[in-house]
Each structure stands twice: as C-alpha cells, then as structure tokens.
Design a protein. Structure first.
Length: 277
C-alpha cells in the first residue's frame, strides 16, 4: 500500500516539473511578435523631412478688409475732429472728403485708408459717442489662394524666361534669335502683368478702405427764421430778374422782330387793297 502511494506522489512531482519547464502560451505569443528593424538611413531621412517641414516658411494669410459706416450726429465739426484724431493715432490717411446739404440733411462723406493692423482700433475710435449705426458693413475677403497662385505662376514664368535667355546665348542664326527674342518679350509682358497684380493685392491687403458718412438733420422750423416780408421781397427780385432776362432775350433777336413787323405790315396792306377792289 505504501509503495502504491509513493508511486502516485512520484508521478505528480514529475508532471509538475514538466509544466513548470514549458513556456507559457502568452509568453510565446509576445516573443513571436518582433518589431522589424528600421532600414538603414530611414531614421535620418525622416529627420531630414521633419527638419525641412519645420524650416519651410508658411505663407501668411492674405485678407482684404473693408468697412462702410453711416450714422447721425449732432455736430458735424466735432465728429470730423474725432475722425481726424483717429486718423492721426492709427497712422491712416484721408483720400477723399466731400460735404453737402439737401432738403433735410447736412452731410459729410470721408474715405480713409487705414493700415490693416489698425483696422479694428480705428473703427472703435470712430464709434465712440455714436448711439447707433444706420449702416455698418464690415467685410473680410481671403485672397491667400489667389496670392499663392499668382506667385507660383510668376516663378514659372521667370524660370521659363531664364531658359530662353540661355537658349538665346547659344543661338547662331538670325531667324532663331528673332524668334527667341519674340518669345522672351511675350513672357516679360506676362511677368510684369503678374507682378502688377501681386502689388495691387499687397496694397489692398496692407491698407484697408473705410467709408464714413455722417449727417445732421436740419429742422423744418429753420425755414420760419426767414420773415414773410423777406420772402415777398425775394419773390419781387426774382420776378424782376426774370423780366430783365426776357427783355434781353428779345433784344438779342431784334432783327427777326423787325422782319416780322415789316411782313405783317405789307400783308395787312395787301388785304386792304383787295377789299377795296
């Protein structure tokens, strides 16, 4: 009996030792997954690409800003002085200034060019003291894609011009030289046109245009300030001037008046003779 029990214990010990020596399935799965080593030079190329991407300058956003303001004021002169102070403090400039008066309003229109970085501050300075705006339109147009397209086209044209200049140096025949110079002239015109478009975009981006219209309502009672007698005297003078203008116009056509009376006299005399006959 003891021998049977000892054999059973011996087999248990052997089975435990075999299980402890076998590797775990999880360990086998983990060891089987091997990360492929990077190819030689791959890390260096990636670093170079990253450095290039970091070193390449980003094109700033190109935005054209415009604004149109219209509001009522109690004093045109004070409002204009406030706008002038805003112009000076924001390094702007007035490019157009007009004023006038109609039946019910006295108004003034001003067009200002403001550096784009001072656009918001200028509008804030002008808006001080304004209770409400009848018109307040602010627009921002993104022309970055247009700027990039023009820039790339300009670079392409300049490279093409350089190639034609290199070919021109090697040309020997007069006909070839004339043809190449003709091509270079056409390319140069396109380059100058695109450079002009870029300068125009840059000027519109760098300076914003703001139109300001402010007015003062003229009270209807102001017409009562003129007395009734003054109105009558004004009407008499107007009538006299009209009569004098009419007489002057008659004098200017005096030859035709004389001819008319002479013809009328002879026609009347002839009719009288016929009646007598």
């Amino acid at each position: 009996m003891r021998s049977i029990f000892s054999l059973f214990v011996f087999f248990l010990i052997l089975s435990g030792c075999n299980k402890s020596n076998e590797p775990d399935s999880k360990d086998l799965a983990v060891s089987a997954v091997m990360v492929a080593p990077p190819p030689p030079g791959a890390s260096n190329s990636n670093r170079k690409d990253e450095d290039k991407s970091e070193s390449s300058p980003e094109i700033p956003q190109k935005i054209i800003k415009q604004a149109s303001l219209r509001f009522e004021t109690d004093n045109l002169e004070n409002t204009f002085n406030q706008i002038q102070k805003a112009v000076e403090s924001n390094k702007a400039r007035i490019i157009n200034d007009s004023e006038g008066k109609d039946y019910s309003n006295a108004y003034r229109n001003i067009i200002v060019k403001v550096p784009s970085q001072n656009f918001d501050r200028f509008i804030s300075d002008v808006s001080k003291g304004v209770s409400y705006f009848e018109v307040k339109n602010i627009s921002a147009e993104d022309v970055t894609e247009q700027f990039i397209d023009l820039t790339s086209r300009l670079k392409t044209k300049k490279k093409l011009e350089e190639r034609y200049l290199q070919i021109l140096q090697k040309a020997t025949k007069v006909s070839e030289i004339l043809d190449i110079e003709k091509q270079i002239s056409a390319i140069r015109e396109e380059i100058e046109a695109k450079e002009g478009q870029l300068k125009y975009l840059e000027s519109r981006v760098s300076e914003s245009t703001i139109t300001i219209e402010f007015y003062k309502t003229v009270a209807e009672k102001e017409g009562v300030k003129i007395s009734y007698g003054s109105k009558l005297w004004t009407a008499v003078k107007s009538g006299f001037f009209s009569l004098s203008d009419f007489l002057i116009s008659l004098i200017s056509v005096w030859p035709f008046v004389i001819i008319f009376f002479v013809l009328a006299y002879f026609i009347r005399r002839r009719f009288k003779r016929r009646k007598k006959e």
